[in-house]
Structure formats: C-alpha cells, structure tokens
Design a protein around this ligand. Structure first.
Ligand SMILES: [Zn+2]
Length: 222
C-alpha cells in the first residue's frame, strides 16, 4: 500500500566503518589500546551481521611512512606504529575481516597524522567520501580504535559531510593519554549529532533505536 510507513522509509544504504583495528593498536602492539581485544571480538559479530545485511564494510588503516612528524622520533606525539608493510600495520587476524571489505588507507603523508578515515582512499585511489557517495551510502556505523583519535576524527568528518552516524559504543576503545580524553570525545561527537548506541550488540538493534526517518539501510525488524 502506498504511503505506509515501510514505503516512506528511505532506500538509502548503510556502511560499516571499522577504524584502524591493526596489530599495533592491539595487545602486544607498539601503541596497544586498552580494551582492544574486546573490541575485536565484538566487531567480528558486527561484521557477520553486516555481510548478511548487504551493509558495505570499510576498514581503515593507519599506513605511515617510517619517517613522519607523527612519530616522537621526528617531533610528534606517538611511538612509531603502523609503518607501511610491517606486521604492526596488518589488520588484526582475529577480526575476521570479510574479503570484500574495502580498505581505506590513510596517514601516508609525512606531515599529517591522518587521524580521520576521510583523509584516506580506496585501493583504486578514490577518496573514502567519493566511494560512499557513489554507492548512495548516507548512514555510517562507526567503531574501532581509538575513540579519542581516529574514531573521533572520522565521526566528526562524517557528520561534516552530512552523513548520519551511529557509533557502536560496545566496539570502541580509547587511548586516554590524558585521563578523560575518551569521555570528552564522546561528549563532543554527541553534541555534533552522532548517535551513540551503547551495547546494542547488533546493527539491527542499533538501527531500531533510531527514529524512523534515520532508519536506513537495514531491513526493518520483522
Ligand atoms: Zn598513526
């Protein structure tokens, strides 16, 4: 029937952005984020669900040159991490990333930290945003590492681009170099319009907690 609720639901698509779940940010890595292992196991479930729902999966990765102003050795803030081609830069194997996940590479410029996935590009060299636009993706689920840096900057850029953003609160973890950084990041992204779902456990649960006009890209609950 025309005009019913289902018909008025937008037929735009959703994407899942997994931010920087790489060995160097996980246990044993150069810049291990506390709680990263829990994030990996939770994200593995979200990935399965995304595949089942035709939600396009993007996995961003830090991909730094050995010499960059991002590293302490060259005046930056961080120990060397995710150097191009090293084991530390690989995605965490336990993430079980699907083979059709689109890798977004960022952080290659020696003068820029490359915190946001929106500074990155696809394997074909297209910008992340251009790929989203081309596929009609207007709603991004975002999770990964680390809450107070790459997740925060990716969320803020997504919002600036006019995308709807749902942050999967049970699949993020922060560095907290200064205690409270992650909590402050969460306040900031909420203020800017991100919807943060704590402990949704599934994309469908996360989606159904949204107002109907924001419910896009996943099948309605039956
Ligand atoms: Zn980095």
């Amino acid at each position: 029937m025309k005009g019913d609720n289902a018909m008025t639901r937008k037929t735009t698509h959703a994407g899942l952005l997994i931010v920087d779940v790489q060995n160097d940010f996980c246990a044993g890595g150069a810049l291990a984020v506390p709680g990263s292992e829990q994030v990996v196991s939770t994200l593995s479930r979200y990935i399965e669900e995304a595949v089942a729902n035709d939600v396009r999966i993007y996995a961003s990765r830090d991909w730094h040159p050995a010499v960059t102003r991002h590293f302490k050795t060259h005046g930056g803030e961080w120990p060397a991490h995710c150097v191009q081609g090293t084991d530390g830069a690989r995605f965490r194997a336990a993430l079980h990333l699907s083979s059709d996940a689109v890798v977004i590479t960022k952080g290659e410029h020696p003068d820029s930290p490359g915190y946001s996935a929106f500074e990155g590009h696809t394997p074909e060299g297209q910008s992340f945003l251009a790929d989203l636009r081309e596929r009609g993706i207007e709603h991004l689920y975002i999770a990964g590492l680390a809450t107070d840096y790459c997740v925060k900057h990716s969320v803020l850029d997504a919002l600036s681009a006019g995308l709807k953003v749902t942050v999967l609160g049970d699949a993020i973890a922060g560095v907290d170099a200064t205690p409270g950084d992650s909590a402050r990041a969460m306040v900031e992204i909420r203020e800017k319009g991100a919807h943060v779902v704590a402990g949704a456990g599934s994309l469908t649960n996360a989606a159904t907690s949204l107002a109907p006009e924001r419910f896009v890209g996943l099948r309605p609950p039956s």
